[in-house]
Ligand binder design. Structure first.
Ligand SMILES: [Zn+2]
Length: 276
């Protein structure tokens, strides 16, 4: 049975060590912070705890120690863990939830937490029903929303902030919907997040995935991409050009069509010159 577990305490940690608790902005960004980690993967739990100590998450984070259901597909097990976390946050009346997966790795120990807090407040003001604010993601497409926030369509769900409407939506999904979605789209929960209408991210990717053995699929080029920081940055840059590329292709096609019509008109005029 799945259980909740706090972060291990480290005596020399500036955030949770004895008598050393330091305030951070994490609790202003979200009411509840959870990390999903399989019960059988104590190596991942320990690494995620280390990571939490580095960035001051250790005092707030709770680990959802999930248990795999061998009768279900891995994608569905992942859905169920995310849904269990969302339901737990809902039961605590959380307005914002941070969900991390146990391979999360922040790119710096000093994070722009004040900026993140400001970003989610701005989202509340300008997009009151926003769904997701990604701390870490693999962007496929992005357009400016308001600086430094971009509207994104992204893969990966290893680090994100969820707003209350998204918490409720995920909590209320039926198991049948989850299984159907997962069997159609394959990649499961991150595809579902990508298809939500209001998903945002800061200009820079703050969190990537650690290079630890994967729980749910064979090693492939995707693993290479998601465990190398430059791939995220490359995707982040490329995602900005795709909308321009789309506009350029449409412009070139329309221009080609216009030129063809002009040539046909000229040919027509040469065959049948207009009477003087
Ligand atoms: Zn600590």
């Amino acid at each position: 049975m799945a259980t909740w577990e706090p972060c291990s305490v480290r005596v020399d940690c500036p955030f949770c060590g004895e008598g050393k608790r330091t305030e951070t902005h994490w609790h202003r960004i979200a009411d509840f912070i959870a990390c999903i980690c399989l019960k059988e993967r104590s190596d991942r739990y320990e690494r995620a705890c280390e990571e939490s100590h580095k960035v001051g998450l250790c005092s707030f984070i709770q680990f959802y120690r999930a248990v795999k259901n061998p009768d279900l597909k891995t994608d569905v097990n992942i859905w169920n863990s995310h849904q269990a976390v969302a339901r737990h946050a809902l039961s605590l009346h959380a307005k914002r939830l941070i969900i991390l997966e146990d391979d999360f790795q922040f790119r710096r120990t000093t994070l722009p937490l004040t900026q993140i807090e400001q970003d989610v407040s701005n989202l509340d003001a300008y997009y009151p029903s926003w769904d997701i604010y990604y701390l870490g993601h693999f962007p496929l497409l992005s357009i400016p929303a308001f600086p430094p926030i971009r509207r994104v369509w992204s893969q990966c769900a290893h680090a994100l902030v969820m707003n209350d409407c998204m918490i409720q939506r995920l909590s209320s999904l039926a198991p049948k919907y989850i299984q159907t979605f997962s069997s159609v789209f394959g990649n499961g929960i991150d595809c579902y997040f990508m298809l939500q209408s209001k998903t945002f991210a800061p200009d820079k990717i703050l969190c990537v995935q650690h290079e630890s053995p994967n729980d749910h699929r064979k090693a492939s080029w995707i693993d290479y991409a998601i465990t190398h920081g430059w791939c995220y940055d490359f995707a982040n840059s490329l995602s900005r050009f795709i909308p321009f590329l789309f506009v350029l292709v449409v412009f070139l096609l329309l221009n080609k069509k216009h030129n063809k019509e002009s040539r046909n008109t000229r040919k027509q005029q040469q065959i049948c010159p207009s009477p003087r």
